[in-house]
Design a protein around this ligand. Structure first.
Ligand code: FE2
Ligand code: FE2
Length: 252
């Protein structure tokens, strides 16, 4: 299946839909616009509010126009709340959504790799695996998520690689949130994976009060596509970021 206009792949990205059982129709206009304008839709987690299969069913029904083209997603922490992530995954996959949980895929020569990610903090303030068992388990999950992202990225041979996350890989895009919760919004361990594999663009959500854009140490663009962030930036536009990925640029 061919997507794109021959020169660019138009990727519409958004996060934090937080769909509830009563949300039917709330994002219909948004999804119709994305279906019309984009070649690919990327959903960066918190698709549902409480991680309930009923919420996922309402979302899948509203997403129908978008699903005529490739739609990629990762789960967010809210999608895990009811301990039904497997059920949600099944529903999304059955609807034709490419749910990335350590997987990679290629669309018209553009590579995508995704994991939900995890917290743990940034830079020198990052939590280390030391002391209590439960601290080590927390850090282990962050390391594991980062390794899964690396493994997925290592399978891509495309010049353009896009990392799809729920948690933030850098501190810059969570600024605006209360600094006391920064460690729960993401971790630099994800940034290490992104930079090791020459990712050009990383997309995430989760930090509803964060910033739109930042860069990793090696210069990858990081976009916080949480709907509240996009709305704050431009209240009159529908909340998604459109990325136009050039298809002919050689590998760097
Ligand atoms: Fe959220
Ligand atoms: Fe979240």
């Amino acid at each position: 299946m061919e997507h794109g206009n021959g020169q660019h792949l138009k990727v519409a990205a958004l996060a934090d839909l937080h769909y509830t059982k009563d949300a039917k129709g709330t994002a219909s206009d948004l999804f119709h616009e994305i279906a019309e304008r984009a070649d690919v839709c990327v959903l960066c987690g918190d698709l549902t509010d409480y991680g309930l299969p009923e919420e996922a069913e309402v979302l899948v029904a509203d997403l129908k126009p978008v699903l005529a083209k490739p739609c990629l997603a990762v789960l967010g922490n809210h999608d895990f709340e009811s301990d039904a992530a497997d059920k949600l995954t099944g529903l999304f996959v059955q609807a034709g959504i490419h749910l990335l949980n350590g997987e990679a895929m290629e669309i018209n020569g553009v590579g995508f790799a995704g994991v939900p990610g995890f917290g743990g903090g940034f830079g020198k303030s990052m939590l280390n695996a030391w002391g209590e068992k439960v601290i080590k388990e927390f850090v282990h999950e962050a390391v594991e998520q980062s390794l899964r992202l690396e493994r997925a990225l290592s399978r891509l041979r495309t010049p353009h690689k896009i990392a799809v996350l729920h948690y933030a890989p850098i501190r810059e895009t969570v600024i605006g949130e209360n600094p006391e919760i920064f460690p729960f919004l993401g971790t630099s361990r994800l940034e290490e994976a992104i930079d090791r594999y020459d990712v050009r663009i990383a997309l995430h959500g989760h930090a509803h009060n964060g910033q739109l854009h930042g860069k990793t140490m090696r210069g990858a663009d990081v976009y916080n596509v949480a709907i509240p962030v996009l709305r704050r930036e431009n209240a009159s536009a529908r909340p998604y970021r459109m990325l136009e990925i050039p298809l002919s640029q050689p590998a760097r």
